[in-house]
Design a protein around this ligand. Structure first.
Ligand code: ZN
Length: 93
């Protein structure tokens, strides 16, 4: 099987379920394997090598709470609740 190269966004993720994880995620992809069957008996006559099924949008799993959702849910949550910015020190004279 080829190296796993599921495309993933460079935008920040934030788990919409536990809302504590912005760092540890897994990308999940389906595997596709072409087969040929005997039409009458259903026996599998041939199998190709398995390959990763290309998906429009990656599926993401939070490694903290195991929640699984499509990538947009993680991106949208990160946009709704961006990381708090560190306080800016303003020098006034
Ligand atoms: Zn989570």
């Amino acid at each position: 099987m080829d190296m796993f190269e599921q495309p993933a966004s460079a935008l920040p993720y934030f788990c919409p379920n536990c809302r504590s994880n912005r760092v540890k995620f897994s990308l999940i992809a389906g595997v596709k394997q072409r087969i040929r069957k005997d039409a009458a008996t259903g026996a599998i006559l041939a199998r190709d090598d398995a390959e990763f099924a290309r998906m429009e949008e990656p599926t993401v799993q939070c490694e903290v709470c195991s929640f699984i959702g499509n990538e947009q849910r993680f991106i949208k949550q990160a946009q709704r609740e961006p990381l708090p910015k560190p306080p800016q020190v303003v020098y006034k004279r």
